[in-house]
Design a protein around this ligand. Structure first.
Ligand code: HSE
Length: 302
């Protein structure tokens, strides 16, 4: 039932919302956590290197382990013991999809460790499970599928549809030193929004699909948001200040996911100037769009 040896997963960072697409638009970015796992006779061994090392629990509470256990249950198998190594480069609590990477990575590892795992839990079922565990699909869908994804809830499940991104589109992400937890950011959202604001966001989200597909001159207009960014400002004033400054200069900048990172769309020629605008104490990376999503391989000779 289980495969021998080590399986390895590479899972991309993601940026959700992208301005107007709250809980529905997401983009995979070429920065990858690398996870390895194998079946043991018993016990649980978890090693975390890089981001989150010394901070996240290394027992059954570890999010990758929880996602693996949920996937094993969905496949109707149980692992006697597990060894897991996480080499993390996606920062935690910064709105760059680290928890989705853990969930999608864990599910993909579990599928890879079961000989007929891809039949027991196909890609659609894997997406459903990941979105159920995360609670919304806008990060897990691009982490699994790669590229730009339009995702949401539908009666009886979730949908996730890829849409094109022009080759010249990439992103600079600005990452503050202090995290912000998604639950805190969600707690700042109003119960009710004005109809005109909701209508404007719907129009901008539709425009963003066309802008990313090959009309980059519309990215600035298309990334304007009225529903969540300013509302969350009190929890990330420096991020909002950077966004206002960049947008004032014509740069299509948004809060990445629930924040506090900032994402600015660019092309290769604009990236260096953007990187120079990184505030003191923050990190900034120029990232291309990941177009393949989570990948699984076997470690030979293990
Ligand atoms: N759409 C989510 C939010 C992204 O903004 O709360 C976080 O995963």
């Amino acid at each position: 039932m289980f495969v021998d040896g080590v399986v390895r997963v590479q899972v991309p960072a993601t940026s959700a919302n992208l301005g107007p697409g709250f809980d529905s638009l997401g983009l995979a970015l070429a920065r990858y956590d690398e996870l390895e796992a194998e079946i043991l006779a018993d016990g649980l061994e978890v090693e975390v290197l890089g981001e989150g090392a010394g901070e996240v629990p290394t027992d059954e509470r570890h999010l990758v382990v929880r996602a693996m256990r949920a996937a094993f249950t969905a496949m109707d198998v149980q692992a006697p013991g597990l060894r897991l190594t996480c080499r993390n480069v996606i920062p935690h609590g910064r709105g760059l999809g680290s928890s989705s990477a853990a969930i999608v990575g864990g599910i993909t590892l579990a599928r890879g460790l079961v000989a007929d795992g891809e039949e027991r839990l196909d890609r659609e079922a894997a997406l459903r499970l990941a979105a159920d565990l995360e609670g919304h699909p806008d990060n897990v869908a691009p982490a699994l599928l790669g590229g730009f994804v339009i995702a949401g809830g539908a009666p009886g499940g979730w949908y996730a549809v890829n849409a094109p991104v022009a080759a010249e589109v990439s992103a600079v992400v600005f990452v503050p030193s202090i995290p912000l937890h998604t639950e805190v950011a969600r707690g700042l959202l109003p119960e009710v929004v004005p109809h005109a604001d909701a209508a404007a966001n719907a129009g901008k989200a539709a425009l963003l699909v066309a802008a990313l597909a090959g009309r980059p001159e519309w990215l600035h207009t298309a990334t304007a948001d009225l529903l969540h960014q300013e509302q969350r400002g009190p929890a990330m004033p420096d991020s909002l200040a950077l966004i206002h400054e960049l947008r004032g200069d014509g740069v299509p900048a948004v809060v990445s996911g629930a924040g506090p990172s900032v994402l600015a769309f660019t092309d290769d020629s604009g990236a260096a100037a953007l990187l120079r605008r990184c505030p003191d104490g923050w990190r900034a990376w120029h990232l291309s769009v990941d177009r393949v999503g989570c990948t699984l391989s076997r470690v030979l000779g293990s």
